[in-house]
Design a protein around this ligand. Structure first.
Ligand SMILES: Cc1cn([C@H]2C[C@H](O)[C@@H](COP(=O)(O)OP(=O)(O)O[C@H]3O[C@H](C)C(=O)[C@H](O)[C@H]3O)O2)c(=O)[nH]c1=O
Length: 183
């Protein structure tokens, strides 16, 4: 598993090389030892799965506030998604900057979204499926969200946004004095 950093501290791309033979392919999805440089002493405590039907649909942008802030490792197991991490860390030199990565089963990439970053994605192929590895338990009271069209982010979604959950339609815009979270 090769780890590639991005402009956002801790946001990383894990590249894996599937073992292919005449039967098909085998991939290592996760390895705490190989990913020790980014996982540290965190544990994966919850694994979630989503399927999104409509091309252009966006899920997110979501995060959990401290003390329930979480690292998420996201992999596309069907279809094609444009996956986004947003830096919400107070004092970060890349505060409110975002990084996007196209994830597919074929490119076998996994995006690592550390604590203090929001996560969202847009579906580029119908019926795309994602697997999310979480280092903190789902805690609704600690959940936060950003609008996909938040002016202070300027995320350049590749397609017109075709579908959003009611919750994601109603995230409030960021205040002008929003300074982020300390994680
Ligand atoms: C995360 C979670 C959610 N839920 C319930 C809460 C809702 O009733 C339902 C759907 O949750 P939500 O609307 O938050 O799901 P998405 O909008 O698809 O959010 C997902 O996609 C974005 C991009 C993410 O980064 C989130 O981590 C991930 O949950 O599942 C649970 O019961 N357990 C859980 O662990």
């Amino acid at each position: 598993m090769n780890i590639h950093s991005t402009a956002l501290r801790g946001v990383a791309i894990v590249a894996t090389q599937p073992f292919a033979d005449r039967r098909g392919a085998f991939s290592r999805f996760f390895c705490k030892d190989e990913l020790a440089a980014i996982i540290g002493n965190r544990d994966i405590v919850q694994i979630n799965h989503s399927r999104t039907s409509m091309v252009g649909a966006v899920r997110g942008l979501h995060y959990q506030l401290p003390p329930h802030a979480e690292m998420k490792l996201v992999r596309c197991i069907r279809g094609r998604v444009w996956d986004v991490a947003v830096d919400l860390r107070a004092g970060s030199p890349t505060f409110l900057h975002w990084h996007a990565e196209e994830l597919t089963p074929d490119n076998a990439r996994m995006l690592v979204i550390p604590e203090g970053c929001a996560h969202g994605f847009q579906v580029l192929e119908a019926e795309s499926e994602l697997l999310y590895l979480h280092t903190a338990y789902y805690t609704p009271a600690a959940e936060g969200g950003l609008r996909h069209d938040e002016p202070r982010l300027g995320i350049a979604w590749p397609l017109p946004v075709a579908d959003l959950s009611a919750r994601d339609r109603h995230h409030p815009p960021l205040n002008a004095d929003y300074s982020g979270m300390t994680v």
